[in-house]
Write a protein that binds this ligand. Sequence first.
Ligand code: ADA
Length: 525
Amino acid sequence: MLNLDGLWEFAWTESLSETPRYDSFAAVPGCFDAAGLRFNRRGVGWYRRKIAVPAGKQRLVIGSFGLHAAVFLDGKKLAESFLAWSPLEADFTAAPGEHELVIRTDNFIAGHPLFMDRYDFYGFGGIFDHVTLCPVPAREIRRLEVLPLDHTTGEVLLRIDTDAPVLEIAFDNGPVRRFENVRELRLQVPDFKVWSPEDPVLHTVRVNERSETFGLRTLDWSGPRLKLNGKEIKLLGVNRHESHPEFGAATPEVLLASDLLQIKQAGLNFVRGSHYPQRKFFFDMCDRLGLLVWEEPLSWGNRSEELAVPRFLDTLAEQLELTIHTSFNHPSLIIHGFLNECASDSDEGVRAVGRMMEICHKLDPTRPATFAGNRPLRDRCFDLVDIVSMNVYPGWYGEEPLDAVPAKLAEFARLCPEKPRVVSEIGAGAIWGCHSEEPFVPWSEEFQAKYTASVLRSVMDDPGWSGVMLWQFCNANTYTGTVFKTGRPRGFNNKGLLDEYRRPKAAWLALKNVIEEWKNSSSSK
Ligand code: ADA
């Protein structure tokens, strides 16, 4: 595989129809509108370079991009996608030798099928992840999915999409076994070890030229509590955006790794990738750290009118399918999500959630699926989902005082008692460095710290909750123009437990202390 990251020629135009003049340079991966010359601007970033193409079929892959991308070889369009934050693949054959490669990305919101201008996170432009080129074998293994069936016996189901008549299969460094004309196989992983957050052991399986890493672990959501490897688990985690003031959504891997390490080291076991697909590096890191993940396609607060638009729904369904297939073998991925805070109290909501649930169940029977809803008392979709997920902000939005948080959470925990329930979002804003004395005022670090501790204690002490995902890990770029009750000072959603430069606020320390106390008290019981 050839990695094409590095220095590319760059052009900027205000519209898709203008001819680019490559009078500049840009780093790949990189956002073009996060900082510097084109900060906050909407337009088209053209990336150009020469590549040496070998003989035979090739596949160019862009790991992640925003918001719309197209790939051109010698001026001919090979592929185009609106599935922002997902990988984009372009297959081609060309005469061996040097060719001109252009990746055109734009961050226009108008006309985008999935991204709307009122979303509470910034729609960055650029190439967010690696660009690679690799040869495609004639009878390639197009897809190799490992479904862990039983963590006590090590049994897995392999689903293989290929035209190859003969399959040579090996686990880890074990012996190669030969199979003919099979597409699904139940096999026993030799010398298997179970994957868990405490002991995240990975296995590999190779089928012909393709190798996949996976973990042996099972999930059970048939009763009121979520179980991992047969044991009840409480998910304690954060929501996280791919966001940084300088790098935008193209967060460097060193930063991504440090974010995930901080989450793990704080004693948390969960991260929700809000509100779009996550990069491979993110998952590789979570697999190895033993962090559990919720992933979802791009969507946010969609109203019933939007849920009735075929282009919106079809594109969402397409991205959900791609996301499930792309992340399938990562053991850290335990929940498929979609349609954050959609109009789940409407007919359109019921139809849209029903359609997405069908996709999840069809493609992946091994994981539960859900959407994060924000209208728990009038939701009409709870019957459809595997886990009931609630985004609730008592004591922040609305009239309740901070002290009302435990009672409100206890009330929500009683909804849908037959299914596992999680608080998929909850949080309060704070400006880093803004302090107050008791009684704590909103926006101070102390108010947020008290809020966070109260939320965590309420969820940990209540067997009705299978988990909580605090909103949010760190401050994230959004729009200053967004009108919300309590505003978005400085163009950031300031509910981060850390600020946008990952400087901890008092709430981060409070969180670590509460978790420590909880772990000590549970181990002494
Ligand atoms: C919602 C939404 C988040 C964020 C949050 C907030 O729950 O899902 O993306 O906007 O509200 O900060 O108000």
